[in-house]
Design a protein. Structure first.
Length: 162
């Protein structure tokens, strides 16, 4: 199953359920689509695991993960020179690799809230609606996730100003 197959299935389901959504829009449209996609991905994952034809635990992604795009570069842009030189390009690539590695080491909930805020560029209110949380709880989850990310990126308090 390819990602484009899942997207196509989600769009078909969204088309079939659009009237129902329009009668009672509980959340913004893009979040509703995101929930449909998330449900489809979970169902596909379960179906693939139950088939037990091959181990998905041994597979490696062909494409880079979601956080390896330009938005993650913006997340670390404050740490590097704005003028692109070979050295700053190497630093940028290393920082992007370290950020990607750190994100993979976070629990799913923490990684999700960081990606929603930075990769999908959702507001705190939108994140709260997507996760079914209050705005205060979404803010706290985001803050805790950033603290965990910092702990992974800068272990043992290295680099803290004294």
């Amino acid at each position: 199953m390819d990602a484009s197959d899942i997207v196509q299935d989600v769009l078909i389901e969204a088309n079939q359920r659009l009237t129902e959504y329009l009668k009672k829009p509980d959340m913004p449209f893009h979040l509703w689509l995101r929930h449909l996609a998330q449900d489809r991905i979970i169902d596909t994952h379960r179906r693939h695991r139950q088939a037990q034809r091959r181990s998905i635990d041994k597979e490696r992604p062909i494409q880079p993960p979601a956080w390896a795009d330009q938005s993650s570069v913006q997340l670390v842009a404050q740490l590097i020179d704005t003028e692109q030189t070979p050295a700053s390009a190497a630093i940028q690539q290393e920082l992007q690799r370290r950020l990607g590695d750190a994100l993979t080491r976070l629990p799913d909930d923490d990684r999700e809230v960081i990606l929603m805020r930075h990769h999908e560029q959702l507001s705190n209110q939108e994140v709260a609606a997507a996760l079914g949380l209050t705005e205060a709880a979404a803010s706290m989850r985001y803050l805790r996730a950033l603290r965990k990310l910092r702990a992974v990126l800068v272990p043992d308090g290295e680099g803290k100003p004294e």
